[in-house]
Design a protein around this ligand. Structure first.
Ligand SMILES: Cc1ncc(COP(=O)(O)O)c(C=O)c1O
Length: 392
């Protein structure tokens, strides 16, 4: 089907300066991975986001895999996670042995709450995964991080969609023990389709991540008279609190790192542009009370996505008109994870998450790529008004 407005898989376009950086790195980087551009990207990322340690990785899922590995799950350990999120917020923890207890979201903010987390706590809770979904920073993140600390529970902040958001001057991804960022094609900044960052607070994690990320490679401990003796003697098994962890290869290439560094300069501007468009869309549709958006006119929201909850039960009628009459490719997101065969077969089908079900069953996500033209955006707004007038 031909759409007039696609739900694009590319979150933003590149400027000529960004393209030039890519070409420069292609021509000059040696090696093409694990070199100076990586070091610069990680340093600039820390400066931008306010983290102590940051490690570039090939995508956010790899960052989640590393975080899950460092949780050191024992038999019977549980994680609490929202059922309303993207699948890789959760399965890496299952792979490393955790059981999942699903927490519900708040229907108006679409993110997890402290109250809902508390309902899921047991003596086996080892970690909590919170997700700043749709680009909205969880309002109770400070309280949740205090609660986790007081109860000796690890906190993983999935910031894949919310990079650049902040509250009282503190950025998302600086509250948890682990922060997860994505530079996937669809995200607010993308390093050529794939990319991610893992941030940590504690030195004991920072010390082993380079080895965990890169096949167990570590620095040579002893002074060497000749670089080739001993040759290739620098492989070790990362040790965390007395536990040996098997390494992975989750490195991000130099070209991507060079581009990521450059994109950090434009992230705030792109977030602000998306937010002001979102606010215009929301305000101009205010009269249609059955279409409920989440309006946040400050840095807590970057409007990675523009989602509405349809309160009158007519979601599918509205979708049909938007899609078939107006040719606007709206979509429905996030299938409650406990309802997927993948999680059912793993034994995690049971969840008391009525808001996650209600939201998924009645939501519309509008195309919202940064590069949408003003004409297309105006067309989408006009068309949505027309459809809402038709379907009372
Ligand atoms: C909330 C959330 N977490 C994690 C991921 C995984 O990101 P990546 O594709 O970089 O592995 C995504 C990507 O869609 C996401 O939206």
């Amino acid at each position: 089907m031909d759409f007039k407005i696609n739900f694009s898989g590319t979150g933003h376009k590149y400027t000529q300066d960004e393209i030039n950086i890519v070409v420069e790195a292609m021509e000059s980087a040696d090696p093409l991975t694990q070199g100076k551009y990586k070091d610069i990207f990680e340093k600039k990322f820390c400066e931008y986001n306010g983290n102590k340690y940051a490690f570039s990785v090939c995508n956010a899922t790899a960052a989640l895999e590393l975080a899950a590995q460092m949780c050191l799950f024992k038999d019977g350990d549980e994680i609490i996670a929202p059922s309303h999120t993207f699948t890789s917020s959760v399965y890496p923890f299952v792979k490393k042995g955790a059981k999942v207890v699903w927490a519900d979201i708040d229907l108006s903010t679409r993110v997890i709450t402290l109250e809902n987390i508390k309902k899921c706590i047991t003596a086996q809770t080892k970690a909590i995964v919170v997700v700043h979904l749709y680009g909205f920073m969880i309002p109770e993140i400070t309280k949740i991080s205090l609660f986790a600390k007081e109860n000796n529970i690890l906190l993983i902040e999935d910031v894949a969609q919310a990079m650049g958001t902040e509250m009282n001057g503190q950025k998302a991804g600086t509250f948890g023990d682990f922060g997860i960022f994505s530079f996937h094609s669809h995200k607010n900044i993308t390093t050529l389709g794939e990319g991610g960052m893992l941030t940590v607070k504690e030195e004991r994690y920072a010390d082993i991540i380079p080895m965990l990320r890169h096949n167990g490679h570590c620095g040579f401990l002893q002074q060497r008279d000749h670089y080739w003796t001993p040759a290739m003697g620098n492989l070790d098994l990362p040790n965390l609190d007395g536990h040996y962890l098997l390494p992975n290869n989750y490195c991000l290439g130099e070209v991507e790192c060079a581009l990521g560094t450059k994109l950090l300069e434009r992230l705030d501007e792109m977030n602000a542009q998306k937010r002001s468009r979102a606010i215009r869309f929301i305000d101009e549709l205010k009269e249609f009370e059955s279409l409920q958006f989440h309006r946040v006119d400050d840095n807590r929201h970057n409007y990675h996505l523009l989602a509405a909850y349809v309160k009158n039960g007519k979601r599918d009628q509205i979708m049909q008109k938007l899609v078939y009459d107006k040719k606007i490719k709206c979509v429905v997101q996030y299938y409650p994870l406990n309802r997927y065969p993948l999680y059912k077969k793993l034994g995690f089908s049971s969840a008391k998450c009525p808001n996650s079900d209600e939201f998924f069953d009645n939501m519309i996500s509008f195309p919202f790529q940064h590069w949408m033209s003003n004409e297309d955006f105006d067309y989408m707004l006009r068309s949505t008004k027309e459809v809402m007038k038709e379907i009372k």
